[in-house]
Write a protein that binds this ligand. Structure first.
Ligand SMILES: C[S@@+](CC[C@H](N)C(=O)[O-])C[C@H]1O[C@@H](n2cnc3c(N)ncnc32)[C@H](O)[C@@H]1O
Length: 199
């Protein structure tokens, strides 16, 4: 359980103070690898708790015909990204609590958003994801497979507990140790993909 209010004020001040150790500064190699084969013309992509969403720039340079929605709670960050992507009508940047988001998406990307929310809300996260996935939609990305010594965020976890939670909402998923993490997360990540529908 989080002992501080992880609200928009908290997250916005982290960006104002440039206290953003999670920000790797470039598109996530694991997500890029996934997008290579999954971002197709017409794919509606969502990145919630997106931070600087470097993957958006990768998509612009490498893919066509996608629709991307970027959601984050930090108003300063969102305004910066709105300016950055203003000439791309297929990219929407929204300042909103993920739990209030509506609509459906074919592909939802996860990277250090799950670990940023209060662990007491993890089942709410999965329930919300289920409601946001289109009938054949997929949620994919990285999760930490480590317990952190310092109080979060980030909040850690392990595959076993994630699987227990996944089983409450989904029947079709893949989850495994991820061997190609960036150096600072090496050995501590798993890659997962959840499918809304059974194959
Ligand atoms: C640890 S950062 C990760 C950012 C990004 N995914 C990355 O990998 O760089 C968590 C992000 O989630 C955002 N966030 C936290 N709670 C949120 C919520 N309930 N709805 C939307 N965004 C949220 C924060 O503002 C922050 O940008």
């Amino acid at each position: 359980m989080a002992n501080q209010n992880l609200d928009s004020t908290y997250w916005n001040s982290r960006y104002i103070e440039e206290n953003t150790p999670w920000d790797i500064g470039y598109p996530s190699p694991a997500l890029v690898n996934y997008l290579h084969s999954h971002a197709k013309p017409g794919t509606k992509i969502l990145i919630p708790g997106a931070g600087n969403a470097y993957e958006a720039s990768w998509l612009i340079e490498n893919k066509q015909g996608f629709e991307l929605t970027i959601v984050d709670l930090s108003i300063d960050l969102v305004e910066k990204l709105q300016r950055k992507f203003e000439q791309f009508p297929n990219i929407k940047v929204i300042c909103l609590d993920f739990f209030e988001l509506e609509g459906t998406y074919d592909l939802i990307l996860e990277q250090t958003f799950f670990c940023a929310i209060d662990p007491a809300l993890r089942n709410n996260y999965l329930a919300k994801m289920k409601s946001l996935l289109s009938p054949k939609g997929k949620l994919a990305g990285l999760l930490f497979n480590v317990e952190f010594v310092k109080a979060g965020p980030p909040f850690g976890g392990n595959s076993k507990e994630y699987i227990t939670s996944f089983n409450q909402y989904f029947t079709e998923y893949f989850i495994d140790y991820y061997p190609d993490s960036i150096p600072q997360r090496s050995g501590n990540e798993i890659f997962f993909e959840i499918s809304q529908a059974e194959k």
